[in-house]
Ligand binder design. Structure first.
Ligand code: ADP
Ligand code: MG
Length: 238
């Protein structure tokens, strides 16, 4: 199980405060979606949760334990970015197994884990290919596969589908929903796409200029937006 709590998280770059005191609870196995306009701090928040960026103030807790000082590799989470840089000279299998290789996991065990993830992602026929011989959607699946093999209790997705065309995005949304079911994992997903937020989320967090405007289920936000900003973002008539 994995819960995440943010307590009064602040992030400053030099004199500029970009995250201005965020409190948030993510429950075990919840699919939480962060939405908000470009520059509102979504990626910065994700990077702090991942441990790629330190918080200027506040506490980050996983399962009740403060993890601010725990390194990214030891937080039990995995992040998938928009620009899923795969190693071009490595096969799909090597790309997916790379983090395990670094961690010293034996070859047979790596192969077994990669095969298991490849099965879930329907990548089995592609394991010997190099990234340049894959479509955009297949590459994105490899990036997700790299995250799965690490057995994270929390997945962080930062606009993972925004480089894909519309039809593929629809297909990947369905696949991610299935993955969420199958892996029983907690997922935090950033998007600026309202449809993605409305269809995928158990809970939507609307961010604006470094603060949380509102948190709620898609239906709650749609029917009871707290203000015009939320209404505008969720697309409700208010
Ligand atoms: P989003 O992902 O919502 O588009 P970001 O988290 O990337 O927003 O950025 C939030 C704000 O923080 C922006 O104004 C951005 O310019 C600023 N910012 C992000 N990273 C840095 C950095 N390393 N140094 C200075 N400013 C940054
Ligand atoms: Mg971003």
């Amino acid at each position: 199980m994995a819960t995440l709590q943010l307590k009064n998280i602040i992030k400053q770059f030099g004199d500029t405060k970009v995250i201005k005191g965020i409190d948030l609870e993510v429950n075990d196995r919840e699919f939480v979606v962060f939405v908000g306009p470009s520059g509102c701090g979504k990626s910065t928040l994700m990077r702090m949760i991942a441990g790629l960026e330190s918080a200027s103030d506040g506490d980050i807790l996983i399962d009740g334990k403060r993890i601010n000082d725990v390194g990214p590799a030891d937080r039990g989470l995995a992040m998938v970015f928009q620009s899923y840089a795969l190693y071009p000279h490595m096969t799909v299998e090597a790309n997916m197994g790379f983090s395990m290789r670094l961690a010293g996991v034996p070859k047979e065990e790596r192969r077994a884990k990669v095969l298991e993830a490849a099965k879930i992602l329907q990548l089995e026929p592609l394991l010997d290919r190099k990234p340049k011989a894959l479509s955009g959607g297949q590459r994105q699946r490899v990036a997700i596969g790299r995250a799965i093999v690490r057995n994270p209790s929390i997945f962080l997705f930062d606009e993972p589908l925004s480089n894909l065309d519309a039809a593929l995005r629809v297909q990947m949304r369905i696949e991610l929903a299935r993955l969420h079911e199958e892996l029983d994992a907690t997922m935090i997903y950033v998007t600026h796409d309202q449809i993605e937020a409305m269809t995928m989320a158990d809970k939507i967090v609307v961010l604006h200029d470094g603060v949380v405007e509102q948190v709620g289920s898609p239906m709650a936000l749609y029917h009871h937006p707290r203000n015009r900003f939320v209404a505008g973002f969720i697309g409700s008539p208010k």
